[in-house]
Design a protein around this ligand. Structure first.
Ligand code: SIN
Ligand code: FE2
Length: 213
C-alpha cells in the first residue's frame, strides 16, 4: 500500500532522564516488520497469558529470540522454550535486531544486544496495567519498544508506583527507548481505542526488546 508518510524523517523527543521517543523510526520498515511478526506467530502463536494472581491478560503475547517472557500461575520468567509449542522460541528476525540496535544507539545506548523480544498484540479495549520491567538479569541494558498499528496512550512514571505519570500518544512506527536512570520506571498502556489502521487493521503491535540474561 502507498504510504504518503513513509518518507517522513524520524525525530527524537526526550521523555525522562535516560528515556527518549524516536518518532516514526520504524515506519519505513513496517511492511517487513509485520511480515516477520506473522512468521513468528505461525510458530509460536499469540496467546493470552495468566498472571500469578489468576488474571487473564487482555494483551495477547508471543516472543522471539533466545529467551521469551512468560507468566503463569506460578510466576514470571524468561525461558528458551515456548511453554505452548514445547519448542524454542523462533529466532529473532534480523530486521528486528537491526531496528532495536539503531534505536538504542540514537538514544545513546551503544552496543545494545537484545536476547529477548516480547511481542504484544492489543485489540480495542486491551490494556497493560502499571508495571516495571524488572525480570531481566541485565538492568544496564535499555528497553527498546516499537509501536505498530493503532495508536495507544503510553503512561510513563517514575521509580515509585505513586509517581506522577506522563501521557504520550504512541503512533505507528514510534520507538521508545528507556534505560539508565529510567530503566525501572513504571509504565502502562491505557485501553486501546476502537479503530482500524490502514496497514495493520484493528490491532496495535508492540515489540519490546530486552537483554534478559
Ligand atoms: C510493555 O510495557 O512491555 C509494552 C508497552 C507497550 O505496549 O507499548
Ligand atoms: Fe513493560
Amino acid at each position: 500500500m502507498l504510504d504518503l508518510f513513509a518518507e517522513e524523517t524520524p525525530w527524537s523527543e526526550p521523555l525522562a532522564p535516560g528515556a527518549m521517543i524516536v518518532r516514526r523510526l520504524a515506519r519505513e520498515h513496517s511492511t517487513v516488520l509485520l511480515a516477520a511478526i506473522e512468521q513468528v506467530a505461525a510458530v509460536s502463536p499469540f496467546r493470552h497469558m495468566v498472571t500469578p494472581g489468576g488474571y487473564t491478560m487482555s494483551v495477547a503475547m508471543t516472543n522471539c529470540g533466545p529467551l521469551g517472557w512468560s507468566t503463569d500461575r506460578h510466576g514470571y520468567c524468561y525461558a528458551s522454550v515456548d511453554p505452548l509449542s514445547g519448542r524454542s522460541w523462533p529466532a529473532m528476525p534480523a530486521c528486528f535486531r537491526q531496528l532495536a540496535q539503531a534505536a538504542a544507539e540514537r538514544a545513546g545506548y551503544r552496543g545494545f544486544d537484545p536476547d529477548a523480544c516480547l511481542i504484544n498484540r492489543y485489540q480495542p479495549g486491551a490494556k497493560l496495567s502499571l508495571h516495571q520491567d524488572k525480570d531481566e538479569a541485565r538492568l544496564d541494558a535499555p528497553i527498546v519498544s516499537v509501536s505498530l498499528g493503532l495508536p495507544a496512550v503510553f503512561q510513563f512514571g517514575g521509580l515509585r508506583r505513586s509517581d506522577p505519570l506522563r501521557r504520550v500518544l504512541l503512533e505507528h512506527g514510534d520507538v521508545v527507548v528507556w534505560g539508565g536512570e529510567s530503566r525501572l520506571f513504571y509504565h502502562a498502556i491505557l485501553p486501546l481505542k476502537e479503530g482500524c489502521h490502514p496497514q495493520v487493521g484493528p490491532w496495535r503491535y508492540n515489540l519490546t526488546f530486552r537483554r534478559a540474561a
